[in-house]
Design a protein around this ligand. Sequence first.
Ligand code: F3S
Length: 74
Amino acid sequence: MKVSVTPWRGVEVEVTVDSSKCQGHARCHALAPEAFDLDDDGYPVVTPNAATLAAADLNDAAAACPEQAITILP
Ligand code: F3S
């Protein structure tokens, strides 16, 4: 799924979780629950609240995914 968040430190970014890679480790949710909610099956749902996070926090959550399922692109 993809969610565009605007503004994000003045820059629109697109946060994407690749469902074909995600294995439900939920590290993204543990580090940034404001941005990554979990659905009933334990898989992440990117929320518009990602816009409230500092860039470093969002990047840290993406980097913590062992499947490299999260991308953050301008
Ligand atoms: Fe999935 Fe990675 Fe989060 S495997 S649940 S996107 S930490």
